[in-house]
Design a protein around this ligand. Structure first.
Ligand SMILES: *[C@@H]1O[C@H](CO)[C@@H](O)[C@H](O)[C@H]1NC(C)=O
Ligand SMILES: *[C@@H]1O[C@H](CO)[C@@H](O)[C@H](O)[C@H]1NC(C)=O
Ligand SMILES: *[C@@H]1O[C@H](CO)[C@@H](O)[C@H](O)[C@H]1NC(C)=O
Length: 362
């Protein structure tokens, strides 16, 4: 039995047992603390009808190991949840490995700060990596997550409305691409450390972290990324100089697909469904989850879009709303053609607005 004998080789056993605990690779983590290539999470709004009464902390969850929506085993404010487990790598291991790990946390609404971050991107997320690999989370929750000194928590202000988050695990080389995207993104970073060993590969993140001057900003940039397990993602990053609705003017036309879009409908001047260009964008207005959780988009702070046609299979999750003023903000979306993610999001849609004003039933 060659396999068994190889694994029982004394030198190998010695090597395995001497690996320090923290050698576990930085990765998105599921609710069992296991490494996953990606996960998607949809926190339900407080005002949701369904089979249980809502606290505003429950979430639907899916990942590579269980690729369909299921009710999260924990509440979103608990460290055992997928966001808690993933951030634990930042909160608990960061202190001991300061020189070999890079991280950045950004949000246009910063915890314990009065600055509203309007000069920075309308972007929310965080990333953590070492020279082997790391993860990137893109989400919609204002004032989240807490700085490492404070440890995990979920803001009360994030309870009322629906929120989305996606986590993707990337090998180290992909972070050079992500660093490029940060130039157009101009994220409002409020906690970070980019040690000098990363200077050559993450020059923009290092400058953003230090608050120093950035090179000239591309209008917009599309980046092709590959997750650690080889799944392809497209990342759209627009700067504040690309003054248009990212959904209509860029994403739908670039992906060559009609999009159904869910975004925050309270801020400023809401943009109606739009059929002016080759590919159309329609605003979703009613969502129904598995377990019959049902809510109106007016109760949702999420930002995502899916192809209207099942054959196109695009899902995008990101930062910007369909509102007129957001044309002047930087931000972006991560898009994929994963059939499971597509099905999970596409099947949520009960109603969207047609371009002629009458509501369309799907
Ligand atoms: C999470 O929120 C619930 C409801 O407000 C609360 O009872 C619980 O103590 C919170 N848990 C943590 C870990 O903060
Ligand atoms: C649709 O969106 C495009 C791109 O933003 C814009 O130029 C056009 O005026 C919009 N059409 C309508 C009817 O609002
Ligand atoms: C699901 O919810 C809708 C709207 O609240 C309700 O009309 C319907 O009866 C529910 N269906 C089931 C199977 O509970």
């Amino acid at each position: 039995m060659p396999v068994r004998s190889a694994w029982c080789h004394p030198a190998l056993l010695l090597l395995l047992s001497s690996l320090p605990l923290w050698a576990a690779e930085i990765s998105c983590r599921n609710e069992n603390g296991e490494a996953v290539d990606w996960f998607a999470l949809y926190k339900l709004p407080k005002h949701t009808t369904g089979e249980i009464a809502m606290l505003g902390l429950e979430y639907m969850y899916m990942d590579t190991l269980a690729p369909q929506w299921q009710l999260g085993k924990y509440l979103v404010n608990m460290t055992q949840g997928a966001l808690g487990q993933t951030l634990k790598q930042l909160y608990e291991t960061y202190e001991s490995q300061k020189n070999s790990i890079a991280y950045a946390i950004y949000n246009d609404e910063v915890p314990q700060s009065d600055s509203d971050g309007w000069k920075r991107g309308h972007t929310k997320g965080f990333l953590l990596l070492d020279k082997s690999q790391g993860f990137w989370v893109i989400h919609s929750v204002p004032l989240f997550p807490p700085i490492p000194e404070d440890g995990y928590g979920y803001p009360a202000t994030g309870e009322f409305y629906g929120q989305t988050a996606i986590c993707i695990t990337f090998k180290y080389d992909q972070f050079t691409e992500i660093d490029q995207q940060m130039l157009s993104y101009n994220p409002g970073i409020y906690s970070c450390s980019i040690p000098n060993i990363f200077q050559a590969d993450l020059p923009n993140l290092q400058k953003l972290c230090a608050g120093s001057r950035l090179p000239s900003v591309p209008l917009r940039h599309l980046s092709k990324l590959q997750s650690a397990h080889g799944e392809t993602f497209l990342h759209f990053a627009k700067s504040h100089l690309f003054i248009d609705d990212i959904y209509v003017a860029w994403m739908a036309q670039e992906l060559k697909t009609d999009l159904l879009a869910e975004s925050w409908q309270h801020s400023g001047q809401k943009l109606p469904s739009n059929c002016s260009l080759n590919y159309h964008v329609y605003n979703i207005n009613l969502i129904r989850m598995p377990l019959n959780f049902t809510f109106y988009s007016i109760n949702d702070h999420s930002k995502w879009a899916v192809s209207r046609e099942y054959k196109d299979q695009w899902t995008c999750i990101g930062d910007l709303n369909r509102a007129a003023e957001q044309a002047w903000r930087s931000g972006g979306f991560i898009c994929m053609q994963n059939e499971h993610i597509y099905k999970a999001f596409r099947n949520l849609i009960i109603h969207y607005d047609s371009c002629t004003d009458a509501s369309t039933v799907i």
